[in-house]
Write a protein that binds this ligand. Structure first.
Ligand SMILES: NC(=O)c1ccc[n+]([C@@H]2O[C@H](COP(=O)([O-])OP(=O)(O)OC[C@H]3O[C@@H](n4cnc5c(N)ncnc54)[C@H](OP(=O)(O)O)[C@@H]3O)[C@@H](O)[C@H]2O)c1
Length: 328
């Protein structure tokens, strides 16, 4: 296979970030888009200059022009269409959250294993140099022992009419939408899921959590706090507290390639800014898929990590709903 031939499964808004990334990737080519109607697919293909437009998702999955699909569907459709795509012989890059239950994730992993194809969750920030640099600083022991992490992702949702994030049955809610970023960061630093969680949420008239906070308790005594919201101005932040200092990541999860900063505040009161090389944010996940497909390189983000994101999010929602501590 010379290049990976990519197809977009849906005309989702998020495609606008993936299209330039696929086109900028060294060994990826964007060849098609599929939509539930031919009219939408045609108009979208014209606008974005995509060679082929399919009038149904099934038609794209049945085509031998496509090697890999990018799934940017509403959250409740991720598992269904990932499994269909794998069964049709297509590699899959699926948006976060990869699914809404661990049973769904297990079915996706089973379909991936049966097909021998590549399946990865699209967590773009995990591929960014800032995340990798932060992880390296912590692994090198520069913070001493990490005891506490806090991370936040908020934004004010302005386009509310018909927004998939406000529909409970679609896997709506701020925790599923953007809370999974802080959660994934915490899991990366802590090395796995917590032992138990507690949580609180504000559920608005929409029926979904528009503000969510969770506490995570680890078997070795470490702690973490995460927050997400649809009603506060856009903000992302992550801080890792060690016995020798604090690492502070300004804008760790943002979609724009701009103004990322990282600081180390040492125990002696001094602070230093750590240079963060900038890259095109969504390129890393596409290059990672291309390498996994063409070279057989293991995916950078493992499905075990993705399963733990879902497992912990489900536990956090249960804790928020019941007001009880939930053990994983
Ligand atoms: N990684 C990131 O930075 C990032 C950012 C934003 C969103 N996301 C993720 O990407 C996914 C899509 O988000 P989005 O904001 O791009 O969504 P969106 O604009 O609402 O697009 C969702 C697409 O799904 C298709 N669809 C199929 N069944 C549908 C249904 N019953 N209702 C509505 N749409 C349906 C539609 O495409 P057709 O009409 O063409 O069939 C629609 O365009 C979500 O999982 C979200 O978490 C990730």
């Amino acid at each position: 296979m010379a290049d990976v031939r990519w197809g977009l499964l849906s005309t989702a808004d998020i495609n606008k970030d993936l299209i330039p990334a696929i086109r900028a990737s060294e060994r990826g080519t964007l060849v098609a888009v599929a939509s539930r109607t031919q009219e939408t697919a045609d108009a979208y293909a014209r606008k974005w200059e995509i060679p082929t437009a399919f009038g149904s998702y099934e038609a794209m999955l049945g085509s031998d022009q496509i090697d890999a699909v990018y799934i940017g569907l509403p959250n409740h459709l991720h598992a269904e269409w990932t499994i269909k795509a794998l069964q049709s012989g297509k590699h899959v890059l699926c948006e976060k959250p990869v699914a809404l239950t661990t049973d769904e994730v297990d079915s996706m992993i089973a379909a991936k294993n049966k097909s021998g194809l590549v399946l990865a969750e699209a967590f773009m920030y995990r591929h960014h140099p800032q995340t990798k640099l932060a992880t390296q600083w912590i692994m090198d022991g520069r913070l001493g022992d990490v005891s506490f992490v806090r991370a936040v992702h908020t934004y004010k949702m302005l386009l509310r009419d018909g927004n998939i994030r406000l529909t409970p049955e679609f896997g709506g809610g701020s925790m599923w939408d953007v809370g999974v970023y802080p959660l994934s960061f915490v899991q990366l630093i802590m090395g796995g899921p917590p032992e138990r969680v507690s949580a609180e949420q504000f559920v608005s008239a929409t029926g979904v959590d528009e503000v969510f906070t969770g506490q995570l308790f680890y078997a070795d005594g470490k702690l973490a706090q995460i927050s997400s919201s649809f009603i506060n101005p856009s903000h992302t932040l992550a801080e890792v507290f060690g016995t020798e200092g604090r690492l502070s990541l300004n804008r760790p999860f943002v979609r724009m390639d701009a103004d990322r900063q990282m600081f180390f505040h040492a125990a002696d009161g001094t602070s230093q800014e750590i240079d963060v090389p900038e890259t095109r944010l969504y390129l890393g996940e596409v290059e990672d898929m291309n390498a996994a497909i063409l070279d057989g390189t293991p995916s950078f983000l493992t499905l075990e990590e993705s399963r733990n994101h879902v497992r912990t999010t489900v536990a956090l929602y249960e804790a928020a709903r019941t007001g009880k501590i939930v053990t994983l």
